[in-house]
Design a protein around this ligand. Structure first.
Ligand code: 15L
Length: 275
């Protein structure tokens, strides 16, 4: 059984993956926030020493740790630029070859909704967060070419038991489908550097996900059964730019509420202490 490190394990996606993958791999869970679990190791990936400690002796890494929405540059810099560099570099130094990197639909969020995009399109990030995901993709590409490491880049839509709104009908991914994609990223023998979209088999997808199909991905879910109810209750949006582009409000907002934010940063924001 492979030993797999999941960083950012206390977040939404981490929680789903820890549950879905528990029987398949020996998981080592890590985060800077505490978690009551025997296989948990607390670590702050913005510190290289911590990144080196948690990546030692694993067969693969699912690197979820980071700031997960649009927000202040300083937070994104620490978590998604420095943290991502530390994890990839620590993996290289510890001889861990395989990394699954959950990038985001926000790496390509400024593509229009009437445009179907595939894994070869040039990134069009919709904010600082999207730029940080493009950084992770570029860093992975460098580490694959220069150091022979192996990366599956999953541009995740939104992981949830059911789609949340109209935009998410076109980028939703169910917990079991993201688990299937991540397993491909851990186990597929032919991966050097690949980009796929982390979406279920939604009828309304904005993505040509043929690269994922080529690697064996067979999504089991589709957002369509939820569409009627969501479209009935959702009023037309008033932000024309957000409505026209795949990234939605990430294209216009300076901050998007972070469901995983620690209480302290929520307070700082309400006092107007934005960076
Ligand atoms: C993301 O990249 C975020 O990590 C997630 O929290 C959602 O906001 C998602 O995008 C989305 O676009 O819905």
């Amino acid at each position: 059984m492979k030993t797999v490190l999941i960083t950012g394990a206390t977040g939404d996606v981490g929680t789903h993956l820890a549950r879905e993958l528990a029987a398949k791999y020996k998981l080592r869970l890590s985060d800077r926030r505490p978690l009551k679990a025997k296989n948990f190791v607390k670590a702050d990936i913005s510190k290289m020493a911590d990144a080196l400690r948690i990546t030692k002796g694993v067969d693969a890494i699912v690197h979820l740790g980071g700031y997960s929405v649009e927000g202040p540059w300083e937070a994104i810099l620490q978590a998604n630029i420095i943290g991502c560099y530390n994890v990839f570099e620590a993996a290289r130094r510890n001889g861990v070859k395989r990394i699954v990197f959950p990038t985001s639909n926000h790496a390509t969020g400024f593509y229009r909704r009437d445009h179907t995009i595939d894994h070869r399109v040039y990134p069009k990030p919709d904010g600082r967060y999207g730029v940080s995901k493009v950084f992770g993709e570029a860093l992975g590409s460098l580490y694959a070419d220069k150091y022979g490491m192996e990366f599956l880049m999953v541009r995740i839509g939104n992981v949830n038991p059911s789609p949340l709104d109209k935009r998410r009908l076109s980028l939703w991914i169910s917990p079991r489908d993201i688990a299937q994609l991540v397993s491909i990223g851990i186990d597929h023998p032919g991966i050097k550097f690949e980009i796929v979209y982390g979406v279920s088999g939604n009828k309304r997808n904005w993505y040509d996900n043929s690269n994922a199909t080529r690697l064996g991905y067979r999504p089991q879910d589709d957002s369509e059964p939820f569409a009627e109810e969501i479209l009935r209750r959702e009023k037309p949006g008033s932000d024309a730019i957000a409505e026209a582009h795949q990234g939605g409000i990430f294209c216009t907002a300076e901050e998007v509420p972070n469901p995983a934010a620690p209480k302290k940063s929520v307070k700082a924001k309400s006092k107007g202490k934005k960076k």
